[in-house]
Design a protein around this ligand. Structure first.
Ligand code: UD1
Ligand code: UDP
Length: 363
């Protein structure tokens, strides 16, 4: 049974790695790894193959960057040719990036069955490109693997056949738990001159935050309060780096005297930097989940989250993007007003095995 597994962007690598490790438990499964090339900088792609022990991709479509339509269409054109040549039984897609919907759409129209890992997440915000990708990918999928209970509610509401839905837990957390000890050996704190629990970690890359200078300026204003209190480590995503040249933004960044803007970190370094932070401020999807399991306070700089369980059963607080609200959230963390005791169900390091067992018996 041939299974094409799709990776394209940074958050895909840590989700597919545990699947690739799990397939050999079922000798009749023949996994094939396909990289669309959506992300291609060594620090956004190759580094993760090395650190996560991902095999070299069997195919790299090398699509690179572009507008949404351009990038999605190029992935589709290349992937259709590949599917016709490989004739897989299943295509497995993860998450919500353009590579996810592009490959799901191609497979589905060729009559190839699609499995979506991390199905059912909804932010309720259709201005977010990922929300469109999530809804459409789920609508096309033959198997839907759900990471948190909100996913079951959304898929039920959208009329998905319950027989297709499997609540398996979180494959990204499989990677986190598998690499937690190795990550601890990283010298990332020493290299950047920060001490455990005495710095804030910041990531920002959502278009709704970084593509709008007024929004980003409001966030930077709030960060002045953090900066006055502790150093901030900021591994900057390439999309964000492109925006930082704008003079008003540059001035606002320069005013944050203890903020260090650094290149994107490798996975092991990032896990260590997260695990030892006093607080994480982020607009990432995956980082909300990782902080919950690492029991580190997380302030999510967004108006909504598709991962509500990180707020109800994790360490996440959705603070929005208004300056005063971010400051209030930070002050609450400093007062110790965070619940670090609970971790969502089935985020136990065995989600990939559950996915692969279902695929193995699906025929
Ligand atoms: C993509 C995903 C987003 C995910 C993020 C994770 C979509 C619609 N968005 O956003 O859901 O949270 O990845 O990191 O799929 N660039 C480089 N080098 C690279 C990759 C990108 O310089 O290796 C630059 C390019 O100028 C590109 C821009 O970053 O135009 C944005 O890249 P793109 O993949 O389109 O979207 P992301 O913002 O990375
Ligand atoms: N990550 C990383 N280095 C960084 C920032 C993030 O390794 O400098 C990892 C992080 O641990 C998580 C994943 O990248 O596993 C999240 O990806 P990202 O924030 O790019 O995308 P999102 O989850 O928002 O789609």
């Amino acid at each position: 049974m041939k299974i094409l597994n799709i990776v394209g962007a940074r958050p895909n690598f840590m989700k597919v790695a545990p699947l690739m490790r799990s397939y050999p438990r079922h000798p009749h499964l023949k996994p094939v790894l396909v990289h669309t090339g959506q992300h291609y900088d060594p620090k956004m792609s190759q580094l993760f193959f090395d650190e996560l022990g991902l095999p070299r991709p069997d195919h790299n479509l090398e699509v690179g960057s572009g507008t949404h339509a351009d990038q999605t269409a190029r992935i589709m054109m290349s992937f259709e040719k590949l599917c016709l040549a490989e004739r897989p039984d299943w295509v497995v897609v993860v998450g919500d990036v353009n590579s996810t919907i592009a490959c799901a759409l191609v497979a589905s129209k060729l009559g190839i069955r699609v499995a979506h890992v991390e199905a059912g997440l909804r932010s309720g915000d259709r201005s977010m490109p990922e929300e469109i990708n999530r809804i459409l990918t789920d609508a096309l999928s033959d198997l839907l693997f759900v990471s948190e209970s909100s996913g079951l509610v959304h898929l039920g509401r959208e009329g998905v056949d319950p027989a297709k839905i499997h609540f398996v837990g979180n494959v990204m957390i499989d990677s986190l738990l598998a690499h937690r000890d190795r990550a601890e050996q990283s010298d990332v704190l020493e290299r950047h001159g920060v001490e455990s629990r005495r710095y804030a970690l910041l990531t920002l890359h959502r278009p709704s935050n970084v593509d709008h200078p007024e929004t980003l300026l409001g966030i930077l204003e709030a960060l002045r309060v953090v900066d006055a209190d502790m150093p901030i480590l900021f591994p900057a995503h390439p999309r964000t780096v492109q925006r930082l040249g704008e003079p008003r933004l540059k001035a606002a960044f320069d005013a944050l005297r203890r903020l260090q803007t650094i290149a994107p970190l490798g996975y092991l370094e990032f896990v260590k930097a997260t695990a030892h932070a006093a607080v994480v401020l982020t607009d990432s999807g995956g980082v909300q989940e990782e902080t919950s399991v690492l029991r580190v306070p997380c302030l999510t700089l967004r108006e909504n989250t598709e991962r509500p369980v990180t707020c109800t059963m994790g360490s996440n607080r959705l603070v929005g993007i208004e300056t005063a609200a971010i400051i209030a959230g930070y002050q609450a963390v400093r007062r110790g007003e965070v619940d670090l005791d609970r971790v969502p169900p089935l985020w136990d390091g065995r989600a990939a095995d559950r996915v692969v067992d279902v695929l193995a018996s699906a025929g």
